[in-house]
Design a protein around this ligand. Structure first.
Ligand code: ZN
Length: 459
């Protein structure tokens, strides 16, 4: 079983702990890097120097080499977890037991009730996922359902090209590798689905956690396609099976943590050093241990300590930053006025007014992401074009007679409502201003998301 299969076959408990036991092989395997620990062996943990049996050690390995499983799972692509960036951020916050108030200022959400909505939506998603899991399990117990080949966790784009059953996969490999699974290729497939099947097979010849020189990569690929191994190499990178250093001197099997943003990238190097050190450790038990190996271990160890220090600093900074953000938020003056949301792909406009422009874009995005925005037309295109195609702009603000601040004592009553009469008056002003802008920009028909004054209107 390869590492991706193990990952996707793991139970919820196993995903949380980060390793699985393969009974047939008598090994505990790390779900992240695939490193195996034979049952019955004992392993020495650094830096404590204590000895652990394989199961316990596998747990230590996960924590020491990869950190928290929660972070790892959250770093997986949106397509794998189905979670938006905002949801991921909130989950991190919930898991740190931040208050709704703190989360509100961190995420830019408009109110604590928005945060409560998010919590609710996540719980509903979990319920759905649980039911779906039960349904799928029953479905698979029924008629001989086709078994799908697992999608590699670092796939750059997951879609129907990846929907391939094990039988289909085997038949394809037989067709393209008539002389056997070690190559050469009879031809290189043009169709995407076949291409992916072939690339996946070739990628399985590379070990997770090993660094390959370009020459070593080429040597492996030549066996499959002598005349154009360079194309193969490029495809393996393009489709997210392999990764390489910027100078092109080192290649490795892409790690899921790499697919997230830059921050995770340097971790990879540390992992490799640590991974190497752990392998050395196993061998060392058999007797020999050279000075060089010792040095690698020390290096890995001091790296771990540095990482730990860095992490602590980051936590401290996080706290300070949160405090500062909350304070700034409360000090900010309230801004009222008219805004536009623009679809940059087709230029269509949505015009709105608000007595609380500051947190507004966050709120609008929240509603659009949840599919609950008041404008049906805008909602439709938000889904169709994707959030990245929309931009937000404040068109004009209303002059306020007095400064209304965000410290909750004067803006909100104890139930969290705004002093009604004051806001009502401003509401009228904002409404009038919005009318002026509708007049000016004419966001109707082809030009916007507002219904009503389409062509033929008397003006
Ligand atoms: Zn591992």
């Amino acid at each position: 079983m390869n590492s991706d299969e193990r990952f996707w076959n793991a139970s919820i408990e196993e995903l949380k702990q980060g390793y699985v036991y393969e009974e047939a092989e008598g090994y505990y395997y790390c779900l992240i890097c695939g490193e195996g620990f034979e049952d019955g062996e004992i392993f020495r943990e650094e830096p404590s120097g204590r000895w652990f049996e394989a199961r316990k050690y596998a747990g230590h390995h996960v924590k020491q080499s990869h950190g928290s499983m929660l972070d790892y799972l959250l770093e997986l692509d949106k397509r794998q977890t189905g979670l938006t960036d905002l949801q991921k951020e909130l989950i991190r916050g919930f898991s740190k037991k931040l208050s709704d108030q703190e989360l509100m200022s961190l995420s830019g959400a408009g109110s604590t009730s928005t945060i409560r909505n998010h919590r609710f939506v996540l719980k509903e998603k979990a319920k759905q996922a649980k039911l779906l899991l039960a349904i799928m399990e029953m479905m698979e117990q029924g008629a001989a359902a086709p078994r799908f080949v697992p999608v590699h966790r670092t796939a750059t784009q997951v879609d129907e090209r990846y929907a391939i059953t094990e039988d289909e996969n085997a038949a394809l490999l037989k067709q393209y590798l008539p002389k056997g699974l070690n190559g050469p290729l009879a031809s290189f497939p043009r169709k995407e689905k076949r291409k992916i099947a072939v690339l996946r097979h070739i990628a399985s010849f590379f070990n997770i956690g090993t660094k390959y020189s370009e020459k070593a990569v080429n040597e492996k690929l030549v066996a499959f396609w002598e005349e154009d191994y360079v194309t193969l190499r490029r495809y393996l990178i393009e489709y997210g099976f392999l990764d390489r250093s910027d100078d092109g001197r080192a290649y490795w099997v892409k790690d899921a943590a790499d697919s997230s943003t830059g921050a995770a990238a340097p971790k990879k190097k540390d992992l490799e050093v640590q991974g190497a050190a752990l392998k050395q450790e196993t061998k060392a038990k058999q007797g020999k241990q050279s000075k060089q190996k010792e040095q690698i271990k020390q290096k890995a160890q001091s790296k771990t300590e540095q990482q730990e220090d860095k992490r602590k600093d980051e936590v401290k900074m996080d706290k300070a930053k949160r405090k500062q953000l909350t304070a700034e938020y409360q000090e900010r003056e309230r801004v009222m006025g008219v805004f536009q949301i623009k679809n940059n792909a087709n230029g269509k406009l949505y015009i709105g007014g608000s007595t609380n422009l500051d947190a507004l874009w966050g709120r609008e995005q929240f509603m659009l992401n949840m599919g609950t925005h008041a404008s049906k037309e805008l909602q439709k295109e938000w889904k169709q074009f994707g959030s990245e195609n929309f931009s937000f702009l404040v068109l004009e603000t209303v002059k306020l007679d007095q400064k209304i601040r965000y410290d909750y004592k004067d803006v909100l009553d104890p139930e969290g409502r705004q002093p009604v009469d004051m806001v009502r008056q401003y509401n009228r002003e904002v409404g009038a201003l919005k009318e002026q802008w509708l007049e000016k920009l004419q966001p109707f028909g082809e030009k916007g998301y507002h219904a009503g004054e389409v062509s033929g209107n008397a003006e």
